[in-house]
Write a protein that binds this ligand. Sequence first.
Ligand code: PGA
Length: 246
Amino acid sequence: MLILNWKMNPKSLTEANKLIFAYEKQIQDLKIKPRSILIAPPSLFLPVLVQKHPDFIFGGQNCSDQDQGALTGEISASMLKSAGAGFVILGHSERKKMGESLALINRKIIAALKNKIKVVLCFGEIVKPKNFQTAPSEWRRQAKILFNQLDQFKNLGRDLIVAFEPAWAISVNRQGSVSIEYLNLFIRWFRAETEKKIKHLPLIYGGSVDAEVVKLFQSAEIKGFLIGSKSLEPSEFGKISRAYYN
Ligand code: PGA
């Protein structure tokens, strides 16, 4: 699966529609199962995009941990769902920068799962570790909080996707590239650490994904990619799709 995080782009619904028509052109010759490309536009655009483009799945980029109430500016998981969202991205490092704690993200995951909306959880360290062998202790610290009380949900393997996306590797604050060895270190750690409690969670990778990264990580046991900046450029999206689906 390819998950496209548009962040706060594009500027208008008209441009959002144009972007999707441009995607369709790019992938028309590829054999792609309908609805295996997931798009997270600004949530205001959801109802129209869901109606107009049934071949794609749309989702939110965030939701509240509460269902409703006096919370100006917030959008709940059930509201996203009623707008047609099939998933929600939670725990993105840009939201952490705005002050989201791991405990809040954990409550959001629970709220989304209770409302039967799939979660794409961004997971990974903010600061590039000096020595990659020390990363697992930070991953362990995060996992303890993020996965707290998730054993109440059956079928987590269907409803929770974990995107390994170290903040230092995403394009806006890039301090280096994730190597295949590092990705594999994470995958091995994740499987060993969480498999006893939470089984078979699909893993994907995010962080400066382009067609080269897709090719580089072809052998890794991941189920797809989370794509930010390159998803706003149809030709780059086309290259990524050709690298992934061919
Ligand atoms: P990027 O963004 O692909 O531009 O690095 C990924 C993300 O922030 O989810």
